[in-house]
Design a protein around this ligand. Structure first.
Ligand SMILES: [Zn+2]
Length: 266
């Protein structure tokens, strides 16, 4: 049924071709990497689903718990992983991105920590994709960032700080919210609007309504899953400060830190 193809990466991957892909629309090459979890108990069943025409879903890559990588869709093609989603004003995220599924049962089936071997493969693969496609570190995002009202993956156990230490993704150091700066659903409208403005400036699909509405609490939850997760990694790795000073992080992190200081903790 499905054609085979040559892997895009020189990393050891096996091909498990999926028929679920199409042309990228109006996009020459991807500029985002979207990270997911599979949300199924069995990783092999998850891969079978991504390759089944009936499912109408796919991802470019899937990474098993032991670090093995499968490629299902060529990077030049548009895979079907993002669904209705948005980032920094772009809405056809499938056309703009490369999707990576990471095997984990997810919140509905017994969410577990991601094994180190699996994360090492995530890091190696992201780095390889970023180099070949010239994707910026801050353009590696969670599915929950681009679809905060619908999605929770890869979730608060995903070690974003570790990835950032390896030059992948953003990281904002958690800081205790100062009481007078905290924004809650009962804060004044202009303060809620300022939070909404920062969330939108960072990339979330959110309108400045001045109301602590559903889109706002969803974006706040997504932000917290990404930047204030309870991952037990060492928060003070010595080289982290130097990385934060790198120019391509500045804009994103400045906005992220502003947001982090304003959030009402969940
Ligand atoms: Zn997902």
């Amino acid at each position: 049924m499905t054609e085979t193809f040559k892997p895009d990466t020189t990393l050891p991957v096996r091909i498990a071709a999926s028929p679920n892909h199409g042309e990228r629309i109006g996009v020459e090459r991807p500029s985002l990497i979207i990270l997911h979890y599979t949300g199924m108990q069995d990783a092999h069943e998850a891969l079978a689903r991504l390759c089944s025409p009936a499912s109408e879903v796919s991802a470019h890559y899937m990474i098993f718990e032991d670090g093995d990588i499968a490629q299902s869709v060529p990077e030049a093609r548009r895979a079907w992983h993002a669904g209705a989603s948005s980032w920094a004003g772009a809405t056809d995220i499938n056309s703009h991105s490369i999707g990576i599924e990471i095997a984990n049962p997810g919140h509905e089936h017994g969410y577990v920590s991601f094994p180190d071997a699996q994360i090492k493969s995530v890091i190696a693969l992201c780095r390889d994709i970023m180099l070949r496609n010239r994707i910026l570190p801050q353009h590696v995002l969670a599915h929950s960032d681009i679809a905060p009202t619908r999605k929770m993956d890869p979730g608060e156990k995903f070690p974003w700080q570790w990835l950032h230490d390896e030059g992948i993704g953003d990281w904002a150091q958690p800081a205790p919210a100062r009481a007078h700066k905290k924004i809650t659903p009962t804060s004044r409208a202009e303060r809620i609007a300022a939070l909404q403005h920062d969330l939108a400036r960072y990339g979330y699909d959110i309108h400045t309504s001045g109301q602590y509405d559903e889109q706002t609490s969803a974006a706040v939850r997504a932000f917290q899953r990404h930047f204030r997760c309870r991952h037990a990694g060492d928060a003070r790795r010595p080289h982290q400060k130097a990385r934060q000073g790198r120019s391509h992080f500045r804009y994103g992190l400045a906005a992220a830190l502003t947001i982090a200081q304003r959030l009402w903790p969940i």
